[in-house]
Design a protein around this ligand. Structure first.
Ligand SMILES: [Mg+2]
Length: 403
């Protein structure tokens, strides 16, 4: 292996602190370093390496690379999960809206800006409605839900909670199944990676295919795929392509882009990010021998061009969960805005995750309302009142806990 001695520290066992820290920090790094090439259709590897080498120049100081909407929204997800000790859609929606109004210049797409503005309205009773209204009621299939999905995998030890909350968290802005299923896929990939599943890459991709087969059997998903003229189970079809490509020792960047895509649709970027991680499990000729797995994955993601910040952010989260924090160069961390904050959030999420897996109440929705529509509930006086649907999953209900 080409990993240098200094970085050949193991990530630790399943769900170790190092893996949690690696996941959130590498996601921020991918976003920050990826901004340089966002939208470029051709990115020669020499340019990528030049850019990454410049991070080692300590004379440039700290925080020179700013994070974009990917990290801004992932921070909201993490902070909401921590503050509420679980998923609370109202709280998360409020945080998205507040973050956007405090710092609107983070590169948000025009579609999501409309949703975020509506989410800031105090009159809003259903936090899922603005996203449902997008694109003449069809909703967005962009990768905005997937780009911020990693913290769900770090908050919930139970895979059913990861899937449910990643879907609902994405639906706050992306109501098309090709948008929110991309977020579920990304959260699942991080979840499995945290467990050490990338030690057996074939089983890793096989498990993702099995999970998505089940998710995409859903009638809504099938309907959306038909309307958008995609394969019957679009994410499964892409994951089968990933599985074919990962078996090939040599593959050109052009082939990867043509088979998997590098665009802003979740379908054209989440499987691509997963491929980047799998492809870079081994040293690659085009990449420096001194690079460890996280560096390889991020560099390779950038060289694909297109939506580089988001693809590198998602690939970074999956790779970071596999290799752990010690695989990430300190110089990179120092250059990226928000990386140290992400590290602290990861520590707190690690605590939350392990508290809930050791006896907290997991997976208990206070109310269950899958589509976020209004629901009726009985009040204590026997009358029926109409409440706005509030999805929440509480992980830990211990008095006096400090998160
Ligand atoms: Mg971005």
């Amino acid at each position: 292996m080409a990993i240098t001695a200094a970085r050949a520290v193991t990530a630790g066992g399943p769900a170790s602190l190092s893996r949690f820290r690696g996941a959130l920090v590498a996601a921020v790094l991918g976003d920050c370093v990826g901004g340089e090439f966002e939208g470029a259709q051709e990115v020669p590897m020499e340019r990528v390496l030049q850019h990454l080498n410049s991070l080692d120049d300590e004379t440039k100081g700290t925080g020179i690379l700013e994070y974009s909407d990917d990290t801004a929204m992932a921070r909201c997800v993490a902070q909401s999960l921590l503050t509420r000790a679980g998923f609370d859609d109202q709280d998360m929606a409020r945080r998205f809206a507040k973050e956007y109004s405090a710092s609107p210049g983070r590169g948000y797409g025009t579609g999501v800006i409309q949703v975020l503005k509506k989410l800031s309205s105090p009159q809003l009773s259903d936090v899922y409605q603005p996203a449902r209204d997008q694109f003449n009621g069809r909703g967005s299939f962009g990768n905005g839900g997937a780009m911020r999905a990693a913290p769900f995998a770090l908050a919930f030890p139970d895979i059913a909670d990861v899937k449910r909350c990643a879907r609902l968290g994405a639906k706050l802005t992306h109501s098309c199944s090709l948008g929110y299923n991309g977020a579920v896929l990304q959260a699942l990939a991080v979840h499995l990676s945290l467990q050490g599943a990338l030690d057996l890459p074939q089983q890793f991709i096989g498990r993702l295919i099995t999970e998505m087969e089940e998710l995409e059997a859903d009638e809504v998903a099938r309907h959306d795929a038909r309307i958008l003229k995609e394969a019957e189970k679009p994410f499964c079809e892409r994951l089968y392509r990933v599985r074919d490509l990962m078996d090939r020792s040599k593959i050109s960047v052009e082939e990867v882009i043509s088979e998997l895509g590098n665009g802003i649709a979740a379908l054209h970027s989440v499987p691509t990010a997963i491929f980047c991680v799998l492809h870079c499990l081994q040293p690659r000729e085009c990449l420096p021998e001194s690079y460890g797995g996280v560096e390889r994955t991020i560099a390779y993601s950038l060289a694909l061009g297109g939506d580089t910040d988001t693809i590198a952010c998602m690939a970074g989260a999956i790779a970071g969960a596999h290799y752990g924090i010690s695989a990430i160069p300190q110089t990179w961390i120092k250059c990226c805005e928000g990386a140290e904050d992400a590290d602290m959030s990861a520590e707190r999420l690690h605590m939350l995750y392990h508290q809930s897996s050791q006896g907290g109440t997991s997976g208990t929705g206070e109310q269950s309302c899958e589509d976020g529509s209004e629901m009726k509930s009985n009040t204590s006086n026997g009358a029926t009142s109409k409440n706005s649907c509030r999805n929440s999953v509480n992980l830990v209900s211990r008095p006096g806990q400090s998160l």
